[in-house]
Design a protein around this ligand. Structure first.
Ligand code: ADP
Length: 538
């Protein structure tokens, strides 16, 4: 027997139509050097119709890739609405990648149009000179600067455009967006989101135990719109009508703090290094942080000391989420369960510092090196494998390999434990794992503990070849301004907390931990820098 319910394609126009009907008056804000600029959501949708009309006039149609090379701002958000809703494919480019990677990605995706910020023109120009698929370059005049006359001006284009009156009927399986993984191993890989996967991901993100946005919220995505769909924020705002506040190019901690407070932000989202950098400026805000009720943090492990500092000093919880570009990205979120109500603070902190439990719609299993299931007992670890309606089934232009997609499950390359309640704890990424004398050492755990030492600002732990133990951990530590850190003080801090063989073989002081294009610790760069450290005479 078949169900007798109506069926309509799950597509982005469905979300946009709802927003246009119910949330026109909501706020969309971009920070600029002259202060925040505000438009209504209704206006943003109208402008996205103009953009769609302009793109259509340029010959862009279904399936054509429209790339963005932009900060988080109005035009970028409008492209999130307009490009997929007209049937084109939004391709968000990471503005911090090296030119070689960008040239590869733009060519691989066959981008026909690129929307570029004028402030980023000097970064884009060398890429533009080396790609030949891009037919039209549209420049957003975000902070002045120069762009060549051969480019089109975003505002002029919108002003002249005939708005697209109705969005076309779109198949829910059609591509809506693309995002390339940053390619820390090998070439970047293209993840292609469908309309259906985007809609389902938006619903899941909106669950109270997901990101949990409501109409009454104001969200500040500090996470870039080019970093894994900005974790779903743009479409969540459209669906529920939350106000959207974007930082533009003003990404320094002081500007972000001012924006967060002045815009009466209720929810903010960003990677751990952002929250690390914002702790001091946020602590100095006179009169508290207003209605800020939730910070969502993902992309890398959140140090427990940072999470505790936000809770104790600022009264705000940082909620940890886990995911990846291939998972749209929402995979799991760490909320406490009803059963945790009476727990002491330490136990509760430990749960909140986990990577959380799977959001409904994502299935998670752990597998060992031999492809066997690993029990969810909180101590056995294996690779996280996931499947669900917003999980990649293949990369663009490639046959799915067994190495990455095992019998319909995505192999994440993250090693973790899962406890009987379902809470995931990431031990390491496969490529960062340290194996000392045949035993695993969790670099993530060590980093979290070292960053709990009050004199430490940042710490990254890497495994390096060792003549006796195969590999040993090296702790690369950045001291807080004005503080003194020594190898002894770090080891003393760690000794009561970890097994003896987990103690770093050495501690080196560095000025800053190198960061990847999305603000994560770049351990590959550290491994290259310290290379054969344990094998050479010091
Ligand atoms: P990149 O490869 O550039 O880091 P992604 O942003 O897709 O690209 O990164 C996904 C990876 O980030 C995950 O596989 C995982 O290793 C890491 N990650 C994401 N969220 C967390 C988290 N909360 N804790 C620890 N690691 C995380």
């Amino acid at each position: 027997m078949r169900g007798l319910m109506q069926e309509a394609p799950l597509n982005i126009p469905m979300i946009v139509r709802h927003a246009a009907r119910y949330h026109r008056d909501k706020r969309v804000v971009t920070n600029t050097a002259d202060g925040p600029v505000e438009r209504s959501l209704g206006e943003s949708i109208e402008r996205s119709r103009r953009l769609a009309g302009a793109l259509a006039k340029l010959g862009i149609g279904r399936g054509d890739r429209v790339a963005t090379f932009c900060w988080n701002h109005h035009a970028h958000f409008e492209t999130y609405i307009g490009a997929p809703s007209m049937g084109a494919v939004l391709h968000t480019l990471n503005i911090r990648l090296f030119a070689d990677d960008l040239v590869y990605i733009v060519g691989h995706a066959s981008d026909r149009v690129v929307i570029v910020d004028k402030s980023l023109w000097p970064v884009w120009e060398p890429v533009a000179a080396r790609v030949n698929c891009v037919e039209h370059t549209i420049v957003v005049d975000d902070t002045g600067g120069e762009a060549p006359p051969s480019t089109l001006d975003y505002e002029a284009l919108l002003a002249e455009a005939t708005p697209l009156e109705t969005w076309p009927e779109l198949d829910e399986g059609a591509a809506a967006a693309m995002c390339y993984t940053s390619g820390t191993t090998g070439k970047p890989k293209g993840v292609v989101y469908s309309h259906r996967s985007q809609v389902l991901h938006t619903y899941a993100g909106l669950l109270a135990d997901g990101v949990g946005l409501r109409e009454s919220d104001t969200i500040l995505p500090i996470v870039p719109l080019f970093h894994a769909n900005s974790w779903g924020v743009p479409y969540e705002c459209l669906m529920v009508g939350a106000n959207l506040v974007m930082p533009g190019a003003l990404m320094d901690p002081e500007s972000l703090t001012r924006l967060l407070v002045e815009q009466r932000t209720t929810v903010a989202a960003g990677v751990p290094t952002i929250w690390q950098a914002m702790l001091e400026p946020l602590s100095k805000v006179q009169g508290g942080l207003g209605p800020l009720r939730s910070i969502i943090c993902g992309g890398a492990a959140l140090p427990i000391s940072l999470q505790q500092a936000y809770h104790r000093r600022l009264g705000v919880r940082i909620t940890q989420a886990w995911g990846m570009t291939e998972t749209s990205p929402l995979g799991s979120v760490a909320w406490p369960r009803e059963a945790h109500a009476g727990l002491d603070q330490e136990r509760l902190d430990d749960i909140l510092n986990s990577q959380g439990r799977a959001v409904p719609g994502v299935e998670i299993r752990l597998r060992d090196d031999h492809g066997e299931d690993v029990p969810h007992d909180g101590s056995s670890f294996g690779e996280i494998q996931v499947r669900g309606n917003w999980i990649a089934a293949a990369y663009y232009g490639e046959e799915p390999t067994e190495e990455k997609f095992a019998d319909g499950w995505l192999r994440t390359g993250d090693v973790a434990t899962i406890d009987p309640e379902g809470y995931i704890r990431i031990v390491d990424r496969t490529k960062d794992v340290i194996k000392s004398g045949g035993e695993w050492v969790s670099s993530v755990k060590l980093e979290g503990l070292i960053m709990g030492q009050p004199d430490v600002a940042e710490a990254a732990v890497i495994g390096l070849p060792h003549p006796q133990w195969d590999e040993r951990p090296l702790a690369c530590v950045v001291a807080r301004a004005g503080a003194q850190v020594t190898k002894e003080s770090i080891l003393e801090h760690l000794e009561p907390q970890v097994a003896k063989w987990w103690l770093p073989e050495d501690v080196v002081l560095i000025d800053a931990v190198p960061k990847t294009s999305v603000g994560k610790f770049d351990k590959k760069a550290l491994r290259e820098r310290f290379g054969r450290y344990f094998e050479t005479e010091r």
